[in-house]
Design a protein around this ligand. Structure first.
Ligand code: ADP
Ligand code: MG
Length: 700
């Protein structure tokens, strides 16, 4: 592995632009580029030529199969492999791949979540090539396969995946931004929404992982007493990377670079055993595909290194959870980032206007942003130990807020001096003081030239975040565009829009400590919403406001929204149900037997001591008393959990069922855990049936 030259392997498994230029006839290349760049429909003749070139390249690289690679509503990726083999009329076999096969595939997947959009009798769905994301080769034990990124639709044209709505939302935000820019006299022809997603994850020893059913079935620990050491020494964040982990990270880079994923930074995170990987940003849909590849690669490579990679939002209690910071921005084909304030932000009308649009969008649709980050897993993280609170607010920084304040008060905006950081050491270079958020407590922070949505869960597809941000901002931009198009004087109107928007929506801006209790009170006083759990916020999806928004922007029909709502509710209660069942299984088959055995040992010991003589045995009887008391409580609470899970079967309707799990099942699971963890600290560590937090967090 060490002799691999990283710089030489980058993109080696991707059918990228350079390859297309090389392998395709000039006219075909040009026509394909037009489709990719301008969103024009793809001509069948072009597809045939592209398919053939792709196939030749893939076979040359050892591929035998191809697959339409898609992202069903379960948040993962799906693939069905077909070989290139095709019989000829004279009975021979040739390797074939037609334009038709490239463009469209049938996926009989009645087993994917569809929220009732697809009945099993009409289970046909089809996958459609997304030529804006490059095809790639996947190498694994089964060989090499050509993967074609696709969107997944039902037989009647409804979106069944996470990707197609994201593509729609990208068109939306592009059209709306261009309208605004045109009205302002800017001649950009294209705009893309870009995303850079920072992925957090945990690594544990594979042997430990395999001994924990909770990690295997639910991705998180359902038991585990506080270890003697947690993250209180703050010695893991950015700490030097252990040899074993470093090797893993290098391997990850090799795999990702081959796939053309520009993995850029890697470091240790705050919690022990927690790490982060960030790629260089890309257009939203490519970033989304790449993030899926990142998650898959992190897990696959971990296995090779005798490690297990946990992508869950809260694999461990008592230490930080994992998120995925979604950095979002808008970039023109002329290379301009619309959120780059430049040297004179107070004169930068585009920056101020587009930032106003974000402020209004986030304030008006805070519930949808909160919702796109809502999962059963993330419920354990939001509002927890050093995690974003569940309240949506925007951090703008003092400098930018100051500019908006001045505009609101009709004051002349005074250019603030660029502040230099005083390092106090002559040999260190002077750094420009960043006006961006360094305290990291804001869920939606302006960070220099982009917005960083920090609430997002580590294990989910970023398509959901991209989709919501794109649509809500596009909706506001369309409103602005209308005003600008009808304005007598565009400059005056721009200022009026900025002023009015800021006045009406500045309640969403908060530059202070978002983790403080005062903020929770203050936010309530400002009328900001605070949805604590997934079940609380999900109904916002089917509110009239949300339905109108999605329909107006042609991203979802009402039916699609209801289907998605169903899917999310189902996903929630199924997740909690699996957790509850795993918990019951572990208590009944592992923890209770272990404690009973240990208790018997203590009792035997007491019995024997009594036989031998008259010893002082207060300690032993005390321990025995305590153990048996706790053992009874554990049995009782587990019995209660069993009956609650049984009871849940009687609840039919999805929201009621999800609510039942939230209110009737989760609290009992907490009781079970508390008493089991109490037993863990009393029992001989050799007798405890599952690896403890000390082992999981500190021995990888
Ligand atoms: P930090 O940890 O300080 O937030 P990182 O460098 O780890 O910063 O991550 C920042 C992420 O933001 C990277 O993925 C980077 O590529 C991405 N990013 C930078 N500029 C943009 C942009 N214009 N649009 C979207 N993402 C961006
Ligand atoms: Mg970040």
């Amino acid at each position: 592995m060490n002799d691999v030259k990283l710089s030489e392997i980058f993109g080696q498994n991707v059918f990228d632009d350079q390859l297309m230029r090389e392998k395709l006839p000039k006219t075909t290349y040009k026509r394909l580029r037009k489709t990719i760049d301008e969103g024009l429909p793809l001509e069948p003749a072009v597809a045939d030529v592209v398919a053939n070139a792709m196939k030749d390249w893939a076979i040359e690289r050892g591929a035998t199969h191809f697959t339409h690679w898609f992202q069903p509503m379960n948040g993962r990726t799906a693939e069905k492999h077909d070989s290139f083999l095709s019989p000829t009329s004279d009975g021979r076999m040739i390797m074939e791949f037609s334009g038709k096969e490239l463009i469209k595939g049938e996926a009989d997947g009645s087993s994917f979540p569809s929220g009732g959009l697809r009945q099993t009798f009409e289970a046909r769905g089809y996958t459609v090539w997304d030529c804006t994301s490059p095809a790639f080769l996947k190498e694994d034990a089964s060989g090499v396969a050509l993967c074609i990124p696709t969107a997944f639709y039902s037989h009647t044209g409804e979106a069944l995946d996470r990707k197609s709505p994201l593509l729609h939302s990208m068109e939306c935000i592009e059209a709306a931004s261009l309208r605004v820019l045109k009205a302002m006299g800017d001649d950009a022809a294209h705009i893309t929404s870009t995303i850079g997603a920072e992925q957090e994850y945990f690594l544990v020893d594979k042997r430990h992982y395999q001994q924990r059913k909770d990690l295997i079935f639910t991705g998180r620990t359902l038991f585990g007493a506080v270890p003697p050491k947690g993250q209180e020494m703050e010695d893991h964040y950015y700490g030097s990377i252990k040899e074993k982990i470093a090797k893993y990270m290098r391997d990850i880079d090799v795999e990702l670079w081959k796939l053309g994923v520009p993995s850029k930074t890697k470091h240790n995170e705050v919690a022990p055993a927690q790490h982060e990987l960030a790629p260089i940003f890309a257009t939203s849909n490519v970033a989304c595909d790449q993030n899926q590849l990142i998650m898959e690669t992190l897990q696959k490579v971990a296995n090779r290194h005798e490690l297990a990679c946990l992508l869950h939002e809260k694999p461990f209690a008592y230490v930080n959870g994992s998120g995925k910071h979604v950095n979002w921005s808008l970039v023109t084909d002329t290379g301009k980032n619309l959120f780059s304030p430049g040297k004179k932000p107070h004169h930068n009308k585009e920056f101020l206007l587009f930032t106003s649009a974000v402020i209004k969008a986030v304030d008006d649709y805070a519930d949808l942003l909160r919702l796109c980050a809502a999962t059963a897993g993330n419920d354990h993280r939001l509002g927890g130990h050093e995690a974003p609170p569940a309240i949506i607010s925007i951090f703008l920084g003092e400098e930018i807020t100051g500019i908006f304040d001045s505009i609101e008060k009709d004051e002349k905006v005074i250019a603030s001096e660029i502040e230099m950081m005083e390092m106090g050491v002559a040999t260190l270079p002077q750094l420009q003081k960043e006006s961006s958020d360094r305290n990291r407590t804001s869920p939606f922070a302006f960070t220099g030239n982009k917005f960083e949505f920090r609430m997002f869960p580590s294990s989910e597809s970023i398509a959901e975040a991209g989709l919501v941000i794109n649509v809500i901002v596009a909706d506001v931009l369309n409103e602005f565009a209308m005003r600008l198009e009808n304005a007598e004087d565009v400059s005056t109107e721009i200022r009026a829009i900025i002023k009015e928007t800021y006045t009406n929506h500045k309640r969403i801006i908060f530059n202070g400590n978002g983790y403080s209790d005062e903020w929770v009170k203050e936010a309530a006083a400002r009328g900001l919403s605070n949805y604590k759990t997934t079940v609380d916020v999900l109904p916002c999806y089917v509110s009239e406001k949300a339905i109108n928004l999605f329909e107006r922007n042609k991203v979802f029909s009402k039916e699609e929204i209801f289907a998605r709502y169903e899917i999310l509710l189902e996903e929630y209660y199924k997740t909690v149900r699996i957790e509850a069942r795993t918990m019951i299984d572990m208590v009944q088959k592992q923890i209770l037997p272990a404690v009973i055995k240990y208790t018997t040992e203590v009792a035997d010991h007491i019995y024997k001591l009594n036989q031998v003589g008259n010893f002082k045995i207060n300690a032993q009887t005390d321990i025995l008393e305590n153990l048996t008391t706790k053992l009874n409580v554990l049995k009782e609470s587990t019995d209660l959990l069993v009956s609650r899970v049984e009871e849940s079967e009687k609840v039919e309707e999805a929201l009621a069922k999800a609510t039942f799990f939230k209110d009737q099942v989760i609290p009992v699971m907490e009781q079970v855990r508390e008493v089991a963890d109490g037993l863990e600290v009393m029992v001989d560590e050799k007798a405890w049936p599952i690896p403890t937090y000390s082992e999981l967090l500190f021995r990888a």
